[in-house]
Design a protein around this ligand. Structure first.
Ligand code: TPP
Ligand code: MG
Length: 309
């Protein structure tokens, strides 16, 4: 196998793991064992996989409530992730954080938050600390297109540009904030907007293409590692409803046609032979993780006030 084929299989397997984990979540959800709301990233896996593969393990990612993909792609442990969704003691945060606040600091996923845009300034702060220590690491802020409408996004760009810190801003542009399309919400284009702060940027249309995302991230990181911010906007498609495990075409705000265009290019749908070959191993990994969560005890009263202050 060539290096390129090897790389593609590695990316593909991680993307498939994310997709099948979220499909398992869909199956489990009606049983009520998952104790938190879930924001699925089915359709968006290529972004998490391509970005994280380009990073070093000690580069830090700060993400959102829609971060199962980034948690897995950055190398967070799967059993503790399921246990976290279950609200169990074996969870990565002993069951107190849930799906929307995943973290795996030892793997470089520093944190994620349900409050839109709130982890963006944290990434900028981490980047400032890396700069002061001169240790060559970078911080990555991951956020949706809707998050760029929050004031703190603009403040963060300004501060990052002024202080010249090594932060990569990754916008996952799925075109939607809940049920609202981007064109009715925004009068700016992200790359041009970043340029007004003196920040270089790029928009990538092929968010389904893991190799293209990885290469665009490597190119952006080459700039960031010189000690300046960069904005990388990646177009992608959310297949499921905003929050929850169902489809949402019956709401009438969008039609399946919009998403079918993404599905037609989605390697996890189109490359059936590779999916069939890799699925059994991935399913075994997921079964072990779910069994870990099922066996993990619920936190008792003694845990009520630990780790919260
Ligand atoms: C500060 C804040 N305002 C509003 C909300 C409600 N809210 C949750 S997700 C969301 C849409 C965000 O869209 P986007 O940033 O594009 O991310 P996506 O859900 O598409 O991944 C909103 C408005 C919130 N959680 N936090
Ligand atoms: Mg969005």
């Amino acid at each position: 196998m060539t290096d390129k084929e090897d790389l593609y299989r590695r990316l593909f397997r991680t993307a498939l793991l994310i997709r099948l984990v979220e499909e398992r979540i869909i199956e489990l959800y009606p049983s009520d064992r998952i104790q938190s709301p879930v924001h699925l990233s089915i359709g968006q896996e290529g972004v998490a996989v391509g970005v994280c593969d380009a990073l070093n393990r000690d580069d830090l990612v700060f993400a959102t409530y829609r971060s199962h993909g980034f948690y897995i792609a950055k190398g967070g442990p799967l059993g503790p992730m399921f246990a976290e969704l279950y609200g169990r003691l074996g969870g990565i945060s002993k069951g107190k954080a849930g799906s929307m606040h995943l973290s795996a600091p030892e793997a470089g996923l520093m944190g994620s938050s349900a409050v839109v845009a709130s982890s963006i300034p944290h990434a900028v702060g981490a980047a400032l600390s890396f700069k002061r220590r001169g240790d060559g690491r970078v911080a990555v802020a991951v956020f949706g297109d809707g998050a760029t409408e929050e004031g703190v996004y603009h403040e963060s760009l300004n501060f990052a540009a002024l202080m010249k810190v090594p932060v990569l801003f990754i916008c996952e542009d799925n075109g939607l904030a809940v049920h609202s399309f981007r064109h009715v919400r925004q009068s700016y284009r992200l790359v041009e907007h970043a340029a007004t702060f003196g920040i270089r940027g790029r928009r990538l249309e092929e968010g389904w293409d893991m190799l293209a995302v990885r290469q665009a991230t490597l190119d952006a990181l080459a700039v960031v590692r010189t000690g300046v911010p960069f904005v990388l906007e990646i177009a992608t498609g959310r297949y499921k409803e905003h929050v929850g495990v169902a489809d949402d075409f019956h709401f009438g705000y969008r039609s399946a046609v919009d998403i079918n265009a993404w599905k037609a290019r989605d390697p996890l749908i189109q490359e059936r032979a590779l999916v069939a070959e890799l699925t059994p191993g991935v399913e075994r990994e997921i079964a072990t993780a779910v069994a870990f969560a099922e066996a993990s005890p619920a936190p008792g009263r003694a845990e009520l006030l630990t780790d919260v202050i």
